[in-house]
Design a protein around this ligand. Structure first.
Ligand code: GLC
Length: 564
């Protein structure tokens, strides 16, 4: 096997800067706060930090609406702060990974302001403009991902512009070579600053179909989710390969693209030597409650089928990346609710649930992505009123659910379960006021349970989720299991078992076995090959072979005697 690259051996940590650490008392996190916590992140085996956007932004979608692709938002600090973060990171072997949000910009970006000013402007065709239908209505019945029409009328041009997401996030016109070049230049600007990679946002939407036509409505609002109309339009790969050629190629960095809807069997066209990126975030294992698109009101909620769905999705992704590309293992990010609520029944022991997911995350084949707070086992929040929420998507989905006849209480339940704010509450550092996140008023309320789950407390407790993550990180990077965990093959075990997720990793003369019980009942299993295996780690002291207690996770190691 080829020698692994640095980013295949490390753990990546995703920082949501607004909620990480506020060093000024403003109530929002900042870049200096990230620099202050690099040593903490080192204890989790972190070699790269994915920074969700820190560019100048009106913050309609918390930074995913960018007004300047090569600047730093003053609320986060200055370019000098950013340069210092990159330098301090490098001293510790931690590289910064920037989020490239290139499907759209903010409507306050100078390009859009100019484009909207007249059809003759310099940036006239930098965005996607269309005339109204003869009756004056929007060009198509596409619903934006955050709810409402994907078209907004512009008085200045007497035309509609397209936005896959919010009205304040107009889609850029990738057909225009000048647009593409400007975006590549911005990415190269960050390479020159010394960043270690890119996470590429919403990339499946950049190529639009040649003809814009109405789709079959999928909800009572008469609209159709834009995703089903424009995602992965043929021809998109040409752009992605050009992107690689003009930006990524030849640099010792990694790229991971957010690619919702790329089927696992298509992964090889997107990743690996011949693909445009190193890794893809695909969402089959986190969208298990959304069988028909991403309408919250159509979600199934938790059912035991989540377990089999998860097993199938993970194995499919592992198989798809076995020979080509590399898998970014993740269960949380800033768009997902907390995983402790997601894959387990409501009455599950949350600490064990968090450890169960940690075990899978850190022992699968691929690069583990830990989302801020996941290492503490943080849980969802449930605020009373939709106005207590900040997330633009939660509001859109709430009102759509009402439109579909749900009562306000039912719609709020959906918000509690699926809101992206669940994962965006401030990081919990200490038992002090505001969890040590800020001396000011936090932009989003701190989780009320913060004194029980914070870095300060969990670092002292041997059986905390944080200690468990640290042990797993050490196991993955040093010691007898490291080689297997980093580069071993993956083989699913107990495939037909509806309660246990199990797999074997193999490299050289060693095997590591992962076994996790996703249910609240004891589960017996038969795996004769475990006979000569030794216990490597357990989430509950006193584990026994052949039996898993509720939500228990165990790792075994075995010498096979057959080296490579
Ligand atoms: C991606 C981001 C999400 C954002 C959206 C629009 O899905 O992860 O947070 O709202 O793109 O940029």
């Amino acid at each position: 096997m080829n020698k692994l690259k640095w980013w295949q051996k490390t753990n990546v940590y995703q920082v949501y800067p607004k909620s990480f650490l506020d060093t000024t008392g403003s109530g929002t996190g900042d870049i200096k706060g990230i620099t202050a916590k690099l040593d903490y992140l080192k204890t989790l085996g972190v070699g790269a930090i994915w920074l969700t956007p820190v560019y100048p932004s009106p913050m309609v979608d918390n930074g995913y609406d960018i007004a300047d692709f090569t600047g730093i938002d003053p609320s986060y600090g200055t370019m000098a702060d950013m340069e210092r973060l990159i330098a301090e990171g490098r001293k510790r072997d931690i590289r910064m990974v920037m989020d490239l949000v290139y499907n759209h910009s903010s409507d306050k970006h100078p390009w859009f302001i100019d484009s909207a000013s007249s059809r003759e402007s310099e940036h006239s065709d930098w965005y996607i403009w269309r005339d109204a239908k003869p009756d004056g209505s929007a060009p198509t019945n596409w619903r934006s991902i955050f709810g409402g029409s994907a078209w907004t009328w512009c008085e200045g041009r007497q035309q509609y512009y397209l936005h896959t997401f919010a009205e304040a996030q107009p889609d850029l016109n990738w057909e225009n070579p000048a647009v593409r070049q400007a975006l590549y230049d911005a990415a190269n600007f960050w390479l020159d600053k010394g960043v270690g990679g890119f996470r590429i946002d919403a990339i499946v939407y950049i190529k639009k179909p040649a003809v814009f036509a109405d789709g079959k409505p999928d909800s009572d609002d008469g609209m159709v989710n834009i995703h089903s109309m424009i995602a992965n339009t043929p021809g998109i790969l040409d752009y992605l390969h050009e992107f690689k050629e003009k930006v990524f190629k030849g640099h010792d960095i990694f790229t991971v693209a957010e690619a919702n809807g790329v089927a696992p069997e298509d992964l090889d066209k997107w990743v690996g030597e011949k693909g445009a990126f190193d890794m893809l975030f695909e969402f089959s294992h986190v969208n298990l409650e959304f069988p028909d698109g991403e309408l919250w009101s159509h979600a199934t909620g938790y059912t035991p089928k989540v377990i089999t769905g998860l097993k199938q999705a993970l194995t499919a992704s592992q198989q798809a990346t076995a020979k080509n590309g590399w898998y970014p293992v993740f269960f949380e990010n800033h768009d997902q609710p907390r995983c402790t609520a997601h894959y387990f029944p409501a009455d599950a022991d949350k600490k064990l649930a968090a450890k169960a997911i940690a075990t899978v995350l850190m022992t699968m084949r691929g690069t583990p992505f830990i989302y801020e707070g996941q290492e503490l086992g943080l849980d969802n929040v449930a605020w009373n009123n939709i106005n207590d929420y900040n997330d633009i998507s939660s509001k859109g989905q709430y009102f759509l659910a009402l439109e579909e006849g749900r009562s306000p209480a039912e719609a709020m339940e959906l918000v509690h379960r699926y809101s992206r704010d669940n994962a965006r509450t401030p990081m919990q550092w200490t038992k002090e006021k505001n969890a040590g996140f800020s001396t000011g008023k936090p932009w989003l309320p701190v989780h009320e349970d913060y004194a029980r789950q914070c870095v300060e407390g969990e670092a002292q407790e041997a059986d905390s989720v944080l200690s468990y993550y640290r042990q797993l990180a050490a196991l993955r990077q040093t010691g007898e299991a490291a080689g297997v965990l980093q580069q071993g093959t993956y083989m699913e075990l107990l495939r037909e078992n509806p309660a246990i997720l199990a797999f074997k990793r193999h490299f050289g003369c060693r095997e590591v076995y992962t076994l996790v019980n996703f249910t609240g009942r004891e589960q017996a299993y038969v795996l004769p090959e475990l006979k000569e295996a030794r216990l490597l780690m357990e989430s509950i002291p006193g584990s026994r072979k052949g039996m898993l207690r509720p939500y228990e996770a165990v790792l075994y190691i075995k010498e096979t005697g057959e080296g490579l």
